[in-house]
Design a protein around this ligand. Structure first.
Ligand SMILES: [Zn+2]
Length: 218
């Protein structure tokens, strides 16, 4: 298992539109395992491939602990459903992998809240408006299609946030211009990078630069 280096805003690869995955190779599945391990290591509910410098339309997520937390945003029966391509209901298993995700449907209400992002460590965050209900169709690590329909706010927001990443859009593109100064945001992130505690952790983890790897699925 390898942990990838996470790219921080304003890295150019975070602003690029990602290309679809067409080769579902063993190396692709190995990459996904490492991407999931990277999200867990840095305590992210989700992470998109461009956040480790791989410009492909892929993200992974895990809401299991959030779904079990009855106090924050309780999960109600039927508010997170997964179907195969024939419309048969599927068992929900985390972590979930979304390859070439497409938003099929969004539905109001719109909720406005702040969000976190592994590419914006220690930076202040501002409110973003998102649809409360969303249906996403995607492929799994083998290229098989599935559909997720959710009205669970955390999941719906996460899907919109991660799919934004695949289109080169980050939180800052949504924030009201009057709320922040970009230079300050970059400054907070830079302070985080230079923090001795963070440096020590990074050194210990022996992070792998995914940008330097010639993956066979690119
Ligand atoms: Zn993010």
């Amino acid at each position: 298992m390898e942990i990838y280096e996470v790219l921080y805003y304003p890295h150019a690869l975070l602003k690029k539109n990602c290309s679809p995955v067409t080769k579902f190779t063993d190396q692709f599945r190995e990459f996904l395992k490492n991407l999931i391990a990277t999200a867990y290591e840095f305590h992210g509910g989700g992470i998109a491939a461009p956040q480790v410098g791989v410009s492909k339309r892929v993200f992974v997520c895990d809401f299991e602990s959030i779904f079990q937390d009855k106090e924050s945003i309780p999960k109600e029966p039927d508010d997170f459903l997964v179907f195969d391509d024939k419309g048969n209901s599927m068992e929900i298993k985390f972590p979930m992998i979304f390859v070439n995700p497409e938003i099929l449907e969004t539905e109001k209400p719109i909720s406005t809240d702040w969000e976190g992002c592994l590419s914006f460590p220690d930076a202040p965050s501002f409110e973003i408006s998102r649809f409360h209900k969303i249906t996403v169709r995607a492929q799994n690590e083998f290229g098989e299609f599935f559909t997720v329909k959710t009205r669970h706010l955390y999941a719906a927001v996460n899907f919109q946030h991660e799919i934004d990443h695949l289109n080169g859009i980050t939180m800052i593109n949504h924030w009201p211009k009057k709320d922040y100064i970009e230079k300050d945001i970059v400054g907070f992130i830079q302070d985080f990078i230079e923090n001795p505690e963070h440096r020590k952790k990074i050194k210990k983890l022996k992070l792998v630069k995914a940008t330097k790897i010639k993956f066979d699925f690119l």
